[in-house]
Ligand binder design. Structure first.
Ligand SMILES: [Zn+2]
Length: 200
Protein backbone atom coordinates (compact mmCIF):
# COMPACT_ATOMS: atom_id res chain seq x y z
CA UNK A 1 0.00 0.00 0.00
CA UNK A 2 1.35 3.51 -0.77
CA UNK A 3 2.89 5.31 2.19
CA UNK A 4 0.35 8.15 1.83
CA UNK A 5 -2.68 5.89 2.31
CA UNK A 6 -3.93 6.39 5.90
CA UNK A 7 -4.63 3.40 8.09
CA UNK A 8 -8.35 2.75 8.52
CA UNK A 9 -10.44 1.37 11.36
CA UNK A 10 -13.89 -0.21 11.60
CA UNK A 11 -16.14 0.60 14.53
CA UNK A 12 -19.64 -0.50 15.49
CA UNK A 13 -22.19 2.32 15.11
CA UNK A 14 -23.90 3.15 18.42
CA UNK A 15 -27.40 3.32 16.90
CA UNK A 16 -29.74 0.33 17.25
CA UNK A 17 -31.69 -1.42 14.47
CA UNK A 18 -30.08 0.19 11.43
CA UNK A 19 -27.89 -0.87 8.52
CA UNK A 20 -25.13 1.41 7.31
CA UNK A 21 -25.45 2.09 3.58
CA UNK A 22 -22.50 4.43 3.16
CA UNK A 23 -19.96 6.47 5.09
CA UNK A 24 -18.06 9.39 3.71
CA UNK A 25 -16.00 12.32 4.86
CA UNK A 26 -16.65 15.68 3.25
CA UNK A 27 -13.78 17.92 2.11
CA UNK A 28 -14.12 20.00 5.27
CA UNK A 29 -13.77 16.87 7.41
CA UNK A 30 -17.37 16.14 8.41
CA UNK A 31 -18.47 12.50 8.59
CA UNK A 32 -21.76 11.58 6.89
CA UNK A 33 -23.14 8.15 7.73
CA UNK A 34 -26.10 7.04 5.65
CA UNK A 35 -28.28 4.43 7.36
CA UNK A 36 -31.59 2.69 6.87
CA UNK A 37 -33.97 1.32 9.47
CA UNK A 38 -34.23 -2.44 9.97
CA UNK A 39 -37.57 -2.07 11.72
CA UNK A 40 -40.42 -3.27 9.52
CA UNK A 41 -43.33 -1.63 11.33
CA UNK A 42 -44.46 1.60 12.95
CA UNK A 43 -47.52 2.91 14.78
CA UNK A 44 -50.32 4.40 12.66
CA UNK A 45 -50.57 8.10 13.55
CA UNK A 46 -54.36 7.83 13.75
CA UNK A 47 -55.36 4.45 15.28
CA UNK A 48 -51.96 3.75 16.96
CA UNK A 49 -51.98 0.16 15.64
CA UNK A 50 -48.65 -1.38 14.60
CA UNK A 51 -48.63 -1.41 10.79
CA UNK A 52 -46.16 -2.53 8.11
CA UNK A 53 -43.86 0.05 6.50
CA UNK A 54 -44.89 -0.58 2.90
CA UNK A 55 -45.16 2.94 1.54
CA UNK A 56 -41.65 3.81 0.42
CA UNK A 57 -39.38 6.35 2.05
CA UNK A 58 -39.58 10.03 2.91
CA UNK A 59 -37.07 12.80 2.19
CA UNK A 60 -33.59 12.27 3.55
CA UNK A 61 -33.01 13.90 6.93
CA UNK A 62 -29.59 14.82 8.29
CA UNK A 63 -29.16 14.51 12.04
CA UNK A 64 -26.18 15.78 13.97
CA UNK A 65 -24.67 12.92 15.98
CA UNK A 66 -21.79 12.37 18.41
CA UNK A 67 -18.44 13.44 16.96
CA UNK A 68 -16.07 10.85 15.51
CA UNK A 69 -12.37 11.61 16.07
CA UNK A 70 -13.34 15.16 16.95
CA UNK A 71 -15.10 15.77 13.65
CA UNK A 72 -18.71 16.82 13.21
CA UNK A 73 -20.73 13.72 12.41
CA UNK A 74 -24.15 13.40 10.81
CA UNK A 75 -26.52 10.49 10.37
CA UNK A 76 -28.46 10.60 7.11
CA UNK A 77 -31.67 8.60 6.89
CA UNK A 78 -34.66 8.39 4.58
CA UNK A 79 -37.38 7.40 7.05
CA UNK A 80 -39.66 4.55 6.03
CA UNK A 81 -43.31 5.30 5.47
CA UNK A 82 -46.43 3.27 6.12
CA UNK A 83 -50.05 3.37 5.05
CA UNK A 84 -52.75 2.18 7.42
CA UNK A 85 -54.93 -0.51 5.81
CA UNK A 86 -57.79 -0.16 8.29
CA UNK A 87 -58.20 3.58 9.03
CA UNK A 88 -60.67 5.60 6.96
CA UNK A 89 -58.94 7.29 3.96
CA UNK A 90 -55.86 5.08 4.59
CA UNK A 91 -53.60 7.77 6.09
CA UNK A 92 -49.82 7.54 5.73
CA UNK A 93 -47.35 7.78 8.60
CA UNK A 94 -43.60 8.25 8.81
CA UNK A 95 -41.81 5.63 10.90
CA UNK A 96 -40.72 6.82 14.33
CA UNK A 97 -37.49 5.49 15.80
CA UNK A 98 -36.26 5.54 19.40
CA UNK A 99 -32.95 7.26 18.71
CA UNK A 100 -34.28 10.51 17.26
CA UNK A 101 -37.36 12.74 17.41
CA UNK A 102 -38.96 13.63 14.12
CA UNK A 103 -38.87 17.37 14.77
CA UNK A 104 -35.30 17.42 16.02
CA UNK A 105 -32.20 18.09 13.90
CA UNK A 106 -30.13 15.99 16.34
CA UNK A 107 -30.01 12.39 17.47
CA UNK A 108 -31.01 11.94 21.11
CA UNK A 109 -27.44 10.92 21.90
CA UNK A 110 -26.24 14.28 20.55
CA UNK A 111 -28.84 16.20 22.59
CA UNK A 112 -27.50 14.43 25.69
CA UNK A 113 -23.96 15.30 24.65
CA UNK A 114 -24.97 18.99 24.39
CA UNK A 115 -26.54 18.91 27.85
CA UNK A 116 -23.32 17.57 29.30
CA UNK A 117 -21.42 20.35 27.52
CA UNK A 118 -23.78 22.87 29.12
CA UNK A 119 -22.84 21.80 32.63
CA UNK A 120 -20.72 24.55 34.09
CA UNK A 121 -20.87 26.44 30.80
CA UNK A 122 -23.19 28.77 28.88
CA UNK A 123 -25.36 28.32 25.80
CA UNK A 124 -23.14 30.78 23.91
CA UNK A 125 -19.97 28.81 24.79
CA UNK A 126 -21.46 25.49 23.71
CA UNK A 127 -22.81 27.03 20.52
CA UNK A 128 -19.31 28.24 19.67
CA UNK A 129 -17.51 25.02 20.61
CA UNK A 130 -19.94 22.78 18.74
CA UNK A 131 -20.22 25.06 15.70
CA UNK A 132 -23.96 25.08 16.22
CA UNK A 133 -26.55 27.89 16.28
CA UNK A 134 -27.55 29.34 19.64
CA UNK A 135 -31.16 28.26 19.05
CA UNK A 136 -30.09 24.69 18.28
CA UNK A 137 -28.46 24.42 21.72
CA UNK A 138 -31.55 25.92 23.38
CA UNK A 139 -33.67 23.46 21.35
CA UNK A 140 -31.71 20.52 22.76
CA UNK A 141 -32.30 21.88 26.25
CA UNK A 142 -36.02 22.37 25.62
CA UNK A 143 -36.48 18.82 24.27
CA UNK A 144 -35.08 17.32 27.47
CA UNK A 145 -37.22 19.24 29.94
CA UNK A 146 -39.38 16.80 31.84
CA UNK A 147 -39.71 18.20 35.35
CA UNK A 148 -39.24 14.72 36.77
CA UNK A 149 -36.11 13.08 38.07
CA UNK A 150 -35.51 9.60 36.64
CA UNK A 151 -34.61 7.98 39.96
CA UNK A 152 -34.92 4.43 38.63
CA UNK A 153 -32.01 4.95 36.22
CA UNK A 154 -29.59 5.74 39.01
CA UNK A 155 -27.42 3.03 40.52
CA UNK A 156 -25.84 5.25 43.11
CA UNK A 157 -26.34 8.91 43.62
CA UNK A 158 -22.71 9.92 43.91
CA UNK A 159 -22.36 13.68 43.74
CA UNK A 160 -25.48 15.59 42.78
CA UNK A 161 -24.98 18.77 40.82
CA UNK A 162 -27.40 21.45 39.76
CA UNK A 163 -26.39 23.83 37.00
CA UNK A 164 -28.46 26.73 35.85
CA UNK A 165 -28.47 27.63 32.18
CA UNK A 166 -30.11 30.75 30.76
CA UNK A 167 -32.81 29.41 28.45
CA UNK A 168 -33.01 32.47 26.24
CA UNK A 169 -30.57 35.18 25.37
CA UNK A 170 -30.93 38.15 27.68
CA UNK A 171 -33.82 36.63 29.62
CA UNK A 172 -34.00 35.92 33.33
CA UNK A 173 -35.54 32.49 32.89
CA UNK A 174 -33.32 29.56 33.73
CA UNK A 175 -33.34 25.85 33.13
CA UNK A 176 -31.70 23.72 35.79
CA UNK A 177 -29.75 20.63 34.74
CA UNK A 178 -29.64 18.12 37.58
CA UNK A 179 -26.81 15.60 37.34
CA UNK A 180 -25.33 12.79 39.37
CA UNK A 181 -21.66 11.91 39.12
CA UNK A 182 -21.39 8.15 39.65
CA UNK A 183 -18.49 6.43 41.42
CA UNK A 184 -17.05 5.35 38.06
CA UNK A 185 -16.88 8.97 36.91
CA UNK A 186 -19.79 8.90 34.45
CA UNK A 187 -22.22 11.80 34.64
CA UNK A 188 -25.93 10.99 34.42
CA UNK A 189 -28.45 13.66 33.56
CA UNK A 190 -31.31 13.17 36.02
CA UNK A 191 -33.58 15.96 34.91
CA UNK A 192 -33.86 19.27 33.18
CA UNK A 193 -36.19 21.53 35.12
CA UNK A 194 -37.78 24.45 33.37
CA UNK A 195 -38.04 28.16 33.88
CA UNK A 196 -36.75 28.68 37.35
CA UNK A 197 -36.77 32.33 38.24
CA UNK A 198 -33.54 33.41 39.88
CA UNK A 199 -34.17 34.93 43.29
CA UNK A 200 -32.50 38.25 43.87
ZN1 LIG B 1 -54.66 3.42 11.38
Amino acid sequence: MPISTPATIRLPLDIPQVDVLATKQTQDGKFLITVESRQETTKCGVCQKEIACNYGRGQAVRLRHLPILGQETYIVIRPRRAQCPTCLYQPTTTQTLKWYDQRSPHTKAYDQHLLKQLIGSTVADVSLKENLGYDAVVGALARQVDDKVKWDEIQNLGTIGIDEVAAQKGHKNYRAIVTARQDDGTVLILAVLKDRKKKR
